[in-house]
Design a protein around this ligand. Structure first.
Ligand code: PMP
Length: 433
């Protein structure tokens, strides 16, 4: 317990009460005491096909014994091309080019660099500014925290990108509390983009707008009806690229394959990770419209490398093997359809917690829900943490972000497990003071 510095963890607290996972299968983790823990979070929003899936395990084993590693620069391997084809075939129509990375953070920074470079290779070097949103999360790399909207993630790192701006969050408890699915009010918040870029900036200096279609990490904030369409219209009007960070919302989470399709808004660039490889091997991807890719090819001139960017582990053979097997499972088992079919029960059970003490709001879409609790005076986040711990004691894994409890189970969840998940949260809230 001495050497390991844990990420995003209260390290000192953890040492006195460690929570150790030792194995996983289907919907369940096992902890070091041998208890089964119902996975209400798909690990960290990523194990969409459930744990220990044989086709994925076997694909990785086969690949490790065949081609363990291949340098991705100036060399290729067949599974990289196949994984890209399969992902493009599954992607929202129009996003046909795939750039592989290893995480959601890398996907975000890659997308931002691509956006700025895209304008530049087309001779539009003035477009360098990036617009994100309050309560947006795009990972922890410098680009991601710069456009992200979590002040706490930036406080210790004051040297972020400066050519950024942020829209207001769409979170609006006064108008939208206890919405089921998409909230009714707030589409007009998108107009802030036009107001800001025309008054505080020059629109011809804006390279891209990046948003999570549904903000996950900051508490399951579902976009108001029509909001994303308006963002798209404003971006089109001013020649700005629209980037969707679908690291959480991709691969069936919202009861559709992608948020882009769920909300019928096509971004120019889409980032994904997590469910791309079922979380089994790290992997992310940036999907772009062919014209973005083609602009780099056309403008390369005497530059041999069109986009000087990539990682040692881009399109890693094990990740590609895991991803191909994962995408196959999604298709064969129609897991996105399954998520859509289970969504009404999920919604019903989530909203059954309305009326519990301290519950300020409940939000849901597809197989994701957020339960917002009121904060203990002077101890923001404590109630959320306590509920998380109580659930853990009951053998149910949920996530907490501040005082918001988030649930995003694997898409293979059964109805009675949905019932158990929300029943446990209800009990935990009642037992927590
Ligand atoms: N973007 C979004 C929307 C995310 O939810 C996350 C992770 N929760 C990331 C980016 C960062 O992904 P990673 O942790 O794989 O770097």
């Amino acid at each position: 317990m001495q050497a390991y510095w844990m990420p995003f963890t209260a390290n000192r607290q953890f040492k006195s009460a460690p929570r150790m996972l030792v194995s996983a299968d289907g919907m369940y983790y096992k902890d070091d005491a041998g208890r089964d823990i119902l996975d209400g979070c798909a690990g960290l929003w990523c194990v969409n096909a459930g744990h220990n899936r044989k086709p994925i395990v076997e694909a990785i084993q086969r690949q490790a014994a065949t081609l363990d590693y291949a340098p991705p620069f100036q060399l290729g391997h067949p599974l990289a091309f196949e994984a890209a084809e399969q992902l493009a075939a599954m992607a929202p129509k129009g996003l046909g080019k795939v750039f592989f990375v290893n995480s959601g953070s890398e996907a975000a920074d890659t997308a931002l660099k691509m956006a700025i470079a895209y304008h530049r290779v087309r001779g539009d070097a003035a477009r360098v500014k990036l617009v994100g949103r309050e309560r947006g999360y795009h990972g922890v790399n410098f680009g991601g925290i710069s456009v992200g909207g979590i002040a706490g993630n930036r406080k210790l790192f004051p040297v972020t990108l400066t050519a950024t701006d942020h829209l207001k969050s769409t979170h609006d408890l006064a108008r939208n509390a206890f919405s089921r699915g998409e909230p009714e009010y707030g589409a007009e918040l998108a107009d802030e983009l036009e107001a800001r870029i025309t008054t505080l900036h020059d629109p011809s200096t804006i390279a891209a707008v990046i948003v999570e279609p549904m903000a996950g990490s900051t508490g399951v904030l579902i976009p108001p009806k029509g909001y994303l369409k308006r963002l798209r219209e404003i971006c089109d009007k001013y020649g700005i690229l629209l980037i969707f960070d679908e690291v959480i919302t991709g691969f069936g989470r919202l009861g559709a394959d992608w948020a882009a399709n769920r909300f019928d808004v096509l971004p120019d660039i889409l980032t994904c990770a997590k469910g791309l490889s079922n979380g089994v091997v790290p992997m992310g991807a940036v999907l772009v419209k062919p014209e973005i890719h083609d602009a780099f090819m056309a403008a390369a001139g005497d530059r041999m490398i069109e986009f000087p960017h990539g990682y040692t582990y881009s399109a890693h053979p094990l990740a590609c093997a895991a991803s191909i097997a994962t995408l196959n499972l999604y298709r064969e088992e129609d897991l996105f359809g399954r998520a859509a079919a289970l969504a009404p029960r999920f919604e019903e059970k989530a909203h059954a917690l309305r009326g519990e003490r301290h519950v300020k709001d409940i939000r849901n879409l597809g197989l994701v829900a957020g339960i917002e609790l009121d904060s203990r005076p002077g101890a923001a986040g404590q109630r959320g943490f306590d509920v998380f711990l109580k659930c853990w004691e009951k053998g149910v894994l949920v996530r907490f972000t501040g005082d918001i409890i988030a649930c995003s189970p694997p898409l293979i969840i059964e109805e009675q497990e949905i019932d158990r998940l929300f029943a446990a949260i209800g009990e935990a809230i009642r037992e927590t003071e």
